[in-house]
Design a protein around this ligand. Structure first.
Ligand code: IPE
Ligand code: IPE
Ligand code: MG
Ligand code: MG
Ligand code: MG
Length: 337
């Protein structure tokens, strides 16, 4: 799947986000507008694409993963709205537009973020088949919660020194702490995106684990590059303010290692990611009627049996999806925004 072949997935993501974020009786108009303003703003949609492509990589089809793809994007959008608030990174520009609290007001931005979190879980609970919904709710709520996305964001702010000094023995200690922050604030949702899509596709335990390794590696690389772009890019190019991290005193990879070493580290992570998914479509694990994977989800026989038939179009689609996962991994470091 090349960039052109990804277009139908991108179109379906945009349509589904529009559909799932539409206004509903009881939701005040201003809140609804803020939700749609931030959700439908032009993001890269990396997380929903990863969800769809992971589903295709294990089952040959991607459409069933659309609700899960939208759910992860909604969690991501909420995290951006809150990340931009004056109490956090205090940013005025996001996706080339005024941030939610600038366009509306702080209270509305907080409430739009709150709504998006719950809408994401509601989507999984109502739009997925009952045998996968529970496992997916568990996966996403854990990744977005106190020990991962939110915990990482709390430590990111603490590392500015705003709640008191941090005492690192040496650069190695600081790097280990930074990796721990980035894996949680950014990596966990990227892992969840892949595992949600794969769960919907009926992945085996081994496939979930290998996609998890791929996601951890590209997730960390993604935030390393985000830190680099903050140093070397422009607001015009990125659609968000630059040179903010050093101004706020953030702990970052380029801050600790410099740009060149940061890019080298990110490139190594991309190689690791690509190695983790080699022959993923053959790792179908248990071929009995229904197996139960690590997230407590029943693994469908359909997805498993397709993977064993080496001459059908779904199998070709699974191989195409693996190629796309490799391209998306490379995109993480070659991207300019
Ligand atoms: C920005 O994410 C926040 C980080 C986790 C670094 P993206 O760079 O994916 O932002 P959008 O979705 O394209 O706006
Ligand atoms: C944000 O990291 C990670 C989130 C969980 C939102 P940043 O604060 O570096 O993201 P940007 O640079 O504002 O997009
Ligand atoms: Mg931040
Ligand atoms: Mg920020
Ligand atoms: Mg950043």
């Amino acid at each position: 799947m090349n960039a052109e072949e990804l277009q139908p997935l991108r179109d379906a993501i945009e349509q589904s986000l529009e559909h799932f974020s539409a206004g509903v009786a009881g939701c005040p108009e201003r809140l609804s507008q803020a939700i749609q303003y931030s959700t439908l703003a032009p993001g890269k949609r990396l997380r929903p694409l990863l969800a769809l492509v992971a589903c295709q990589a294990v089952s040959g089809v991607w459409r069933p993963a659309l609700p899960a793809a939208c759910a992860v994007e909604m969690i991501h959008v909420y995290s951006l709205i809150h990340d931009d608030l004056p109490a956090m990174d205090d940013d005025d520009l996001r996706r080339g537009m005024p941030t939610c609290h600038k366009q509306f007001d702080e209270a509305t931005a907080i409430l739009a973020g709150d709504s998006l979190q719950m809408r994401a879980i509601e989507l999984l609970a109502t739009e997925l088949p009952p045998d996968t919904a529970l496992g997916c709710c568990r996966l996403l709520s854990r990744a977005a919660g106190r020990a991962f996305l939110v915990g990482g964001q709390a430590d990111d702010l603490a590392a500015e020194g705003r709640f008191g000094p941090l005492d690192f023995q040496d650069e190695e200690g600081a790097l280990a702490h930074l990796k721990h922050i980035h894996r949680r604030k950014t990596g966990a949702l990227i892992v969840a995106s892949l595992q949600l899509g794969a769960t919907v596709g009926g992945a085996s335990d081994e496939q979930l684990e290998r996609l998890g390794l791929y996601g951890e590696a590209i997730g960390l690389a993604f935030q390393i590059i985000d830190d680099c772009l903050d140093v070397e890019s422009t607001a015009e190019q990125l659609g968000k303010m630059t040179r903010k991290d050093s101004k706020l005193g953030k702990l970052t990879y380029p801050g600790l290692l410099g740009l060149e070493a940061s890019y080298i580290m990110a490139a190594e992570l991309i190689d690791e990611a690509i190695a983790a998914i080699e022959n993923l479509h053959q790792s179908t694990g248990d071929h009995s009627e229904v197996s139960v994977n690590k997230v407590g989800v029943a693994t469908s026989q359909r997805a498993n049996s397709n993977a064993t038939e080496h001459n059908n179009s779904e199998y070709d689609a699974m191989q195409d999806a693996l190629d796309t996962l490799r391209s998306l991994a490379r995109f993480v470091i070659s991207r300019k925004k």
